[in-house]
Structures are given as structure tokens and as C-alpha cells.
Write a protein that binds this ligand. Structure first.
Ligand SMILES: Nc1nc2c(ncn2[C@@H]2O[C@H](COP(=O)(O)OP(=O)(O)O)[C@@H](O)[C@H]2O)c(=O)[nH]1
Ligand SMILES: [Mg+2]
Length: 233
């Protein structure tokens, strides 16, 4: 069932839009990345938004954002991705960070067992702070450093199942492997979950738009011919 859904979502076509503007009929999803310091959260976000790898960079304090516009079945979604930049103690993250989040990425470094072990604390924090229906991803980053691996895929998969986390992927911000994939999967999963609501909202927006143009037409009918008449005669 779960595998079927993953396969189905994987096949769904998508398009990444370059424009950063958003119109009123688009939908906004808030995604957050959490996990220990130096697992590669900022690099994942940077890779997604610029397609570059940051070898060395300064740690910024506070929350950083990245955005991605994704088109799925003619509907545009804005993914607003929050990074904990510099606040990697699970106790120091503020409630605002979790508020209204639709999707969460639990990130660890596959070459540091400790970062994986600490996900238990992160998980508890998320359970206490976030919405109950939040979509969860387990993300083992630094996949390119296979020779230094400390966390097996089996252990990670076991953790995913134990906690009821929806997806598990290994990524590399360095090579780019699976980076776009996790965010696109998140967008598709959210679209899938919210589809009925989205269709309803879209119809309402269309009705409203129709109503507006109807009003405009009426106005035009009222003023247009009358004006031209008065000009003409
Ligand atoms: N080899 C490798 N290094 C990475 C990867 N992702 C991040 N790094 C490095 O790990 C360090 C910490 O990355 P950063 O994104 O700042 O981690 P954060 O504290 O979780 O935001 C940096 O030196 C990165 O260059 C990766 O996928 N592969
Ligand atoms: Mg960071």
C-alpha cells in the first residue's frame, strides 16, 4: 500500500518554476528541516535552491528560508522551507518554527551515529510541538561518504517504521543525489493529502473570478455602449 503510493507519487510529472512570485490561487506549504548541527541541513537547502554545494560556510544564526515553486497537474505550489540555522539544540527551537508546518525532515549524518541517536529527542520534540497530521521524512545525509558510514540503512528503516515516519531517503548535498527528490516527494505527498481541499478551494476561487468578470462585463455593458453612444451622437 505504502510502496504503491510512493511509486504512484514518483510517476507524477512535475515542473520546477523559476519565478518566485506567487498568485492568489497558488498554495503555500511550510516544510521544516531539523536535526543536529553539521549534518548538512543548510547544504541540502542550498543545493535545492542553487544547485551548488557549500564546502565551507559560516553558520548563520536564526531561521533561514528557501523557496521552491512546483507545478503539479497545472496547480502551483510554493514550498517554503525553513532551516534552523545555528539553533541545533532541540530545546532551543521556538514554537513558531513548528507552527503550521505541513512537513518535517529529520536529518542526520550517515557517518555519525550520534546524530542518528539524537533523532529520538528531535522526534519527541516534534510530537509535542507540531500538527498531528504532519508529513515526516527521515533523511540520512552525506551519502557520498560511504566509507565512513556508521548508520546502516536497515537501522534507519527500522526507526522509520517504529516511529511511523512516512518516508526514508539517503541524500548527498555534495553530489546532489536525492536532494530534489525529497522536496518534490514532499510536495506530491502534500498535494495528494490536500487534493480534495485544493479542488474545492480552486472551484471557489474560479467562481469568485467568474463573479468578478461577470461584474466587469455588466459594468462594461452598462458603460461601454452607453458611452460610445453618447460619443457617437
Ligand atoms: N561530503 C559531504 N559533506 C557535506 C554534505 N552535506 C554537508 N556537508 C558538509 O558538512 C558540513 C556541515 O554542513 P551544514 O549544511 O552547515 O550543516 P547544518 O549545521 O546541519 O546546517 C559542511 O562542512 C558541509 O560542507 C554531504 O552531503 N556530503
Ligand atoms: Mg545550518
Amino acid at each position: 500500500m505504502r510502496e504503491q503510493l510512493i511509486a504512484k507519487l514518483g510517476q507524477m510529472p512535475y515542473e520546477i518554476l523559476q519565478s518566485k512570485s506567487i498568485s492568489y490561487q497558488d498554495f503555500l506549504f511550510k516544510l521544516i528541516i531539523i536535526g543536529d548541527s553539521a549534518v548538512g541541513k543548510s547544504c541540502l537547502l542550498h543545493r535545492l535552491t542553487t544547485n551548488e554545494f557549500m564546502e565551507d560556510h559560516e553558520v548563520t544564526v536564526g531561521v533561514e528560508f528557501g523557496t521552491l515553486l512546483v507545478k503539479l497537474e497545472s496547480q502551483v505550489f510554493k514550498l517554503q522551507i525553513w532551516d534552523t540555522a545555528g539553533q541545533e539544540s532541540f530545546k532551543s527551537i521556538t514554537k513558531i518554527f513548528y507552527r503550521g508546518a505541513h512537513c518535517i525532515f529529520f536529518a542526520y549524518d550517515i557517518t555519525r551515529q550520534e546524530t542518528f541517536n539524537n533523532l529520538r529527542h528531535w522526534y519527541e520534540e516534534v510530537m509535542a510541538q507540531s500538527e498531528p497530521d504532519i508529513i515526516m521524512f527521515l533523511v540520512g545525509n552525506q551519502k557520498d561518504r560511504e566509507a565512513n558510514r556508521e548508520v546502516s540503512k536497515e537501522k534507519a528503516e527500522q526507526f522509520r517504521q517504529e516511529k511511523g515516519i512516512h518516508f526514508f531517503f539517503e541524500t548527498s548535498a555534495k553530489s546532489g543525489e536525492n536532494v530534489e527528490n525529497i522536496f518534490i516527494m514532499a510536495a506530491k505527498m502534500l498535494y495528494y493529502n490536500f487534493k480534495d481541499k485544493i479542488t474545492q478551494m480552486r472551484e471557489e476561487a474560479l467562481q469568485k473570478k467568474k463573479g468578478n468578470s461577470q461584474r466587469l462585463n455588466n459594468k462594461k455593458d452598462a458603460n461601454g455602449p452607453a458611452n460610445s453612444k453618447s460619443k457617437c451622437c
